[in-house]
Write a protein that binds this ligand. Structure first.
Ligand code: F6R
Length: 608
């Protein structure tokens, strides 16, 4: 999705903006641009394709300005062309604007401005912002932006500069994230912390319908009604090296290999071993209501939804709470009627997913309490929920979510265990669960040490254009997640199915050219999985089994086996997903895909 980075300070802006744009590349984009101001002169450049194309355009040109705005665009209105890339400007080249989001009434504004003789140079909705701000400007840029905000409908995070006002950037947001970075040598604004983490870890989050003015020496925030707002900076824990490859060929692989540490980070300081009860400080503000809760709804999208799906089974196993899991994008079309004291749990890596945000807003309207499981500190979902638990997974840069999924599963387990221990779960069960949780990082590491074996399996099957992933109960969401991962990064068609559904249709597809990945650890439904595997084998379908170490009976039947260490049944998903991630990664590698930035995908889906 689109990305914003701005800087005003003591140093030349171009290298800082380019660095920031590169950090935003993972969000997905098709063109990029920047505008840099030096006194009353503005240089601006735009290019289709990678940031490297934009760098070519600026190379060899001396650009002295120390203040500027930069953007990566993911086309929504108009093709990915240079004319449609941002910044967009007014007719006189006074106002330059970059914009994330969608201006819904842009067509009616365009028609009105057309009649006034305004000539449009692009097909974008953003260009109307540049013209409106210019028309609304009479010496006060904040006022011009404020007035423009009142004239447009839709979502936006914008940054604006004006030729007459050097060293000042005005940013504003409604429904699209914008964060201010407070640095030693200048100040920043960005749609994502990772764009500025190299220069500062002090950040201030803008709320919807707020504007901020950035100068070299500081920033000020006000509302759309011109009321001044005081907000102090928070410190983010992410280190610059978190956003670097550190010798790995791709972020996806790096993040898969970080997973033992990701699990530790999700549990750090949260395990009370002796009592078998996790400690989760973030939910304490709602604890009295939460411990009485008997109905929960998990809402999320994509991989986070599959984590929620596993979560439902974990809650069923460990607590007395009824849990539903809903796709956030469908949730708000339902007739919502919650029993009293219902908690909604929103799960989101980015904390900015538009569908998930809309779902929690609707649930809040209907009286539900809101909890968040979010990775990005200070993100919209973390701020719009009453309480929550942070993943502490660090930045996830690969577009396909891997380590954050594992973190979400770990945190859902901690939450269910905490609630279960206040319900019927015994001390022994609690202590056993914590012991098993503590073993997980080592077990995941053991699977990662078999990466070469998994790569060899990928090499054997990557030419097959259709794959099936099967699982039951805890394995079913992993089958769906495994199929999603393969689709996303390798573009191979894959389906994730509940194994029990096989004979209701998908078995018709089985043939020697279609591999099935069977999630088949030794658990309570193992025998039933075994039956499904037999059904596939008797139709000559190749089977790759993800099976518990030492399971010799399965070894004899299947074509390939990936062994995993034994654990408690509700922790199996944390282990079984790892081979699926690696299979997807290596297939994508053999097919020479753009693994960290798969086509058409964005890391943070901030439009519905
Ligand atoms: C899949 C993937 C997406 C996200 C989904 C939700 O690999 O990354 O399916 O899981 O877009 O995103 P968040 O978790 O940021 O709400």
């Amino acid at each position: 999705m689109c990305g914003i980075v701005c800087y005003v300070g003591k140093n030349k802006a171009v290298p800082i903006l380019m660095e920031g744009l590169k950090r935003l590349e993972y969000r997905g984009y098709d063109s990029a641009g920047l505008a840099v101001q030096d006194e009353r002169h503005i240089d601006f450049f735009r290019a289709v394709g990678k940031i490297a194309e934009l760098e070519k355009k600026t190379s060899g040109i001396e650009i002295k300005g120390t203040s500027g705005i930069a953007h990566t665009r993911w086309a929504t209105h108009g093709e990915p062309t240079e004319e449609n890339a941002h910044p967009q400007s007014d007719m006189n080249g006074n106002v330059f604007v970059i914009h994330n989001g969608i201006i819904e009434n842009h067509q009616s504004i365009r028609k009105r401005l057309d009649k006034q003789g305004i000539v449009f140079k692009s097909e974008t909705d953003t260009e109307v912002l540049a013209h409106l701000i210019s028309l609304n400007y009479d010496g006060d840029l904040n006022e011009a932006v404020r007035k423009t905000m009142s004239q447009v409908e839709g979502t936006f995070g914008i940054a604006v500069i004006h030729r007459d006002i050097p060293d000042k950037i005005v940013v504003a947001r409604r429904g699209s994230p914008l964060i201010i970075g407070v640095g030693e040598e200048g100040n920043f604004a960005a749609s994502d912390v990772s764009a500025m983490v190299r220069y500062t870890n002090k950040v201030v989050h803008l709320n919807d319908n707020e504007l901020a003015t950035l100068t070299r020496d500081g920033f000020s925030i006000s509302t759309a009604q011109a009321k001044s707002v005081t907000r102090t900076a928070e410190t983010v824990e992410w280190a610059p090296e978190d956003a670097e490859l550190n010798g790995f060929p791709h972020f996806m692989l790096k993040e898969i290999f970080e997973q033992p540490e990701t699990i530790r980070n999700a549990m750090r300081g949260r395990l009370e071993k002796g009592e078998g009860v996790p400690k989760l400080g973030g939910i304490m503000p709602v604890w009295e209501r939460l411990k009485e809760c008997r109905h929960m709804v998990i809402v999320a999208c994509g991989t986070s939804y599959y984590a929620g799906y596993v979560g439902r089974y974990i809650f069923e196993k460990l607590t007395e709470i009824d849990v539903e899991v809903e796709l956030a994008s469908e949730f708000r079309y339902q007739k919502l009627n919650f029993p009293s004291n219902t908690f909604i749990i929103a799960i989101s890596q980015s904390g900015e997913t538009a569908d998930t945000l809309s779902a929690i807003r609707e649930a809040h309207r209907k009286g539900a309490h809101l909890l968040g499981i979010v990775n990005v500190v200070g993100s919209s979902i973390s701020r719009e929920t009453e309480a929550g638990i942070y993943n502490h997974a660090g930045p996830e840069i690969g577009v396909a979510s891997t380590k954050n999924f594992i973190s979400q599963l770990t945190i859902l387990t901690l939450l269910a265990l905490l609630l279960g221990r206040h319900q019927n779960l015994s001390l022994t069960e609690g202590v056993d669960a914590i012991r098993a949780l503590e073993t997980l990082p080592g077990q995941v590491k053991a699977i990662l040490s078999k990466a070469n074996h998994i790569q060899a399996i990928a090499e054997k099957y990557y030419r097959c254009s259709n794959w099936l992933f099967l699982g039951r109960k805890f394995g079913y969401p992993i089958a769906m997640e495994g199929a999603l991962k393969l689709k996303e990064v390798s573009y191979i068609h894959a389906e994730g199915y509940a194994a029990g559904e096989m004979k209701h249709g998908p078995i018709a597809l089985i043939n020697p050219g279609m591999p099935t990945v069977a999630i088949a650890p030794l658990d309570s439904i193992y025998d039933k999985m075994m039956n499904n595997i037999q059904e596939i084998k008797s139709r000559k379908g190749p089977v790759i089994a993800i099976a518990t170490e030492g399971d010799n009976s399965l070894k004899e039947i299947v074509d390939d086996i990936i062994e995993i260490p034994p654990t408690l049944d509700f922790l199996n998903p944390i282990i079984t997903v790892v081979p699926c991630q690696l299979l997807a990664y290596y297939c994508a590698g053999f097919l020479k895909r753009d693994i960290d930035k798969p086509r058409n995908l964005a890391k943070s889906v901030t439009v519905e």
